[in-house]
Design a binder for this molecule. Structure first.
Ligand SMILES: [Zn+2]
Length: 280
């Protein structure tokens, strides 16, 4: 999965520190990220590489997180320098990027960027907001209203029926691979209740023996995914919610596809089912 970067260690704790020349710089514009492109190879830029192109670069940098001893900083207020090795690339480049821990850093930084961009003004009084002094927050300069990073919990569930797994395809968007049933947690709902509701809404089935599998930060959609396995309870007739899904069905282990690279908890559960590690 994309966050599995061991033996490297991700440290998201809040710090106030200034960039060093070897630290990494993350700059985004809408759904694009600035990368260094050299001999056709993309990499995250370091401060030493960008500072001669952009004035007052270090003053603009905001500490985001570290991986091992190396820090990653966001620089929001700049433009990608023209006629250089630096290029803006769509964030989907991180779905297939080497080394993978840098893809995780790049996509995680984009989540903080989107949150910063969408919290420039206070939702209560409309005044400008500014970064908090003691924690990762945005605080209204007039009324003090405080906002924290946007992280939306969503469940994803591997529904098992004997030797078969339920897989589906989305009706909308560019994603055409098979997926497991998933959905956002509603206000006032437990994760387990969310599993039961989403399964009933999307495929009209009842489930039992809901068991926690693993969780996963999924910055592509500002989400944290909470993965579960569950057993079908009763009738296996699928009633498709056609505005969400284009198809859904029961698949045996040899029919399940193990997608590579295995970035998401959903694909990991599909691979685990195929390998007989879950559901037997
Ligand atoms: Zn306010």
């Amino acid at each position: 999965m994309i966050q599995e970067i061991a033996p490297r260690r991700f440290d998201p704790s809040y710090r106030r520190q200034r960039p060093k020349k070897e630290d990494y710089l993350l700059h985004y514009e809408y759904n694009k990220v600035m990368l260094k492109k050299e001999n056709g190879i993309f990499s995250l830029p370091r401060f030493a590489q960008v500072e001669k192109e952009v004035p007052r670069l270090e003053e603009k940098a905001e500490y985001l997180f570290s991986i091992d001893e190396r820090a990653y900083f966001g620089v929001w207020d700049m433009t990608c320098p023209d006629f250089t090795d630096f290029v803006m690339e769509g964030l989907q480049i991180f779905q297939n990027f080497e080394p993978m821990y840098q893809a995780f850093a790049g996509i995680t930084g984009s989540q903080i960027y989107r949150w910063r961009q969408s919290r420039k003004y206070c939702g209560c009084c409309g005044s400008p907001m500014a970064p908090g002094e003691t924690e990762r927050s945005m605080v209204c300069t007039a009324c003090g209203h405080t906002e924290y990073p946007k992280i939306s919990p969503a469940i994803i569930v591997a529904i098992i029926n004997g030797d078969k797994l339920l897989m589906s395809r989305y009706a909308h968007g560019v994603y055409r691979r098979y997926a497991l049933i998933a959905g956002y947690v509603e206000v006032g709902e437990t994760f387990e209740e969310c599993v039961r509701r989403e399964v009933m809404e999307e495929v009209g089935l009842k489930v039992k023996n809901i068991r926690y599998y693993k969780s996963q930060p999924w910055a592509f959609s500002d989400t944290v995914m909470i993965g579960f396995t569950a057993q079908l309870d009763g009738d296996d007739t699928i009633q498709l919610q056609e505005d969400e899904l284009s198809e859904a069905g029961w698949y045996t282990r040899d029919q399940v596809i193990a997608y590579e690279p295995c970035l998401s908890v959903g694909h990991e559960m599909m691979a685990a089912f195929k390998a007989g590690k879950i559901g037997s």
